[in-house]
Design a protein around this ligand. Sequence first.
Ligand code: ATP
Ligand code: MG
Length: 172
Amino acid sequence: MEHEVQLKNEGDTIRFGASLGEFLLGGGRVYIKGNLGAGKTTLCRGILRKFGFFGAVKSPTFTLVEPYELETGTIYHFDLYRLADPDELEYIGMDEYFEVCNLCLVEWPERADGKLPGADLEIELILKNRSRDIILRPITCKGKTICENTMNSWLVSENISGREVFREDESI
Ligand SMILES: Nc1ncnc2c1ncn2[C@@H]1O[C@H](COP(=O)(O)OP(=O)(O)OP(=O)(O)O)[C@@H](O)[C@H]1O
Ligand SMILES: [Mg+2]
């Protein structure tokens, strides 16, 4: 089952990424689609925050992959936008990156032209004028669990911020 959520601003994308990150601590393959500027890297930044990384996160457009070796696990962040030939993935030793316990976040997975191992979860970000929509599509059982837990966690965090707004209104 697909899940769709509206992300009203950059902060929402980061918070949603953090909700997702909570359930990616055991690793997984998350493929993130969306046009240029749709918020893919911003989402990855939110995920990385949950793993305790607060530094700058940039799309590794020219190097194809950026490894983050963190106490909570290893994350490989790919950006395949400039992949000239899908066979290049073999030269960079892709199989090792995609070992089961690693977390692989892949921007522009469609550029690999089917040469990537199957995803647990596909994400699509849709660019709107001022906001973004995010769609979660689980592929494996693991992906399904990740999605359901993320949605629950997101709804709880939304309710909390909703209540805070309500309290502000009441005090006027
Ligand atoms: N929910 C949102 N609402 C409005 N703006 C957002 C939202 N999420 C992210 N942005 C903004 O969108 C811009 C592009 O974000 P980002 O770099 O993450 O896109 P990207 O999909 O990784 O692009 P690329 O394909 O070029 O790597 C940033 O300025 C970011 O602040
Ligand atoms: Mg990017």
